[in-house]
Write a new protein. Sequence first.
Length: 339
Amino acid sequence: MKITVLMGGTSSERDVSLASGLRIAGALRSRGHQVTAVDTVHGLLSAGDERTLLAGPVVKTTPPDVGELVRLSRSALSGTMQSLAGGAEADVVFLALHGGQGEDGTLQALLDLTGVPYTGSGHLASALAMDKDLTKRILRQAGVPTADWLMAPADAEEVERTLGFPVVVKPSKQGSTVGLTLVRERDALDAAVEEAFEYDDEVMIERFVPGRELTVAILGDEALPVGEIIPKHEIYDYECKYTAGMAREIFPAPLSERETETVQSLALRSYQALKLGGCARIDFRLAPDGVFYCLEANTLPGMTELSLVPQAAAAAGVGFPELCERIAELALVSRGAPR
């Protein structure tokens, strides 16, 4: 197949996207596919560009600062147009973008106009899953437990009365826990909300659910082995996700057969309720009372060396190159189907 891999972008997850995209490109080439790598900011990546990026740490321990993202966004238009032009010549466009317009349905809608199959969910599902407020409303309607929440602005008195402390404050349309803060006391609420607003125009305040961190990858209609994440920090934050040794991931998770079936069923129900497609990842907390609370859905989950979906696939006996190929093939299967 001729496959164009789109990566980079201008979201706070740019570094993660580059790491995912470069690894995906290499894996697909190892399976014999003709792969073109494109950064949606700068355009086509040459073999030399790829070697330069791979020579250093692609993912830093902290996300890019807001000023850098603004600078990058000014040069993004030409790169995005080149991305679409390159994608038009491909059999499949493999989306290795995370966050921002690469994951919120914007790019998906443009690709729909080209008629070229692309990986992941369609534009509507992408937009729904990116918006954490809408996601939680749909999950509740589908009977999937999710923690109570409020949308900012909300003063400390309302938060304490409605949710109680501690709470998690996070941008409503971001991933990789960028801009997220665990707030234990009411005096720290305003600062946390202000920080989250640096990354988004909407901020969610969510009741903190203590317990075990679990994740379920969905590949097509199949739930892969459940994973458990044990981070060094209390929250599975950006540093824990992308710094080697900062988290321990266990696949399959040490759950009973009944618990495994329950959380996989909830993940599939979430996937279907949000109309997701291709490969997605659904994250949960298993509370002390035995309830699985859905945290969020990821329509374009990370594919770095430390990412969770490749580990789940490996636990199912699927190597990384095969995983990438299967994701591309799922896009081909959906050709002509409503997205």
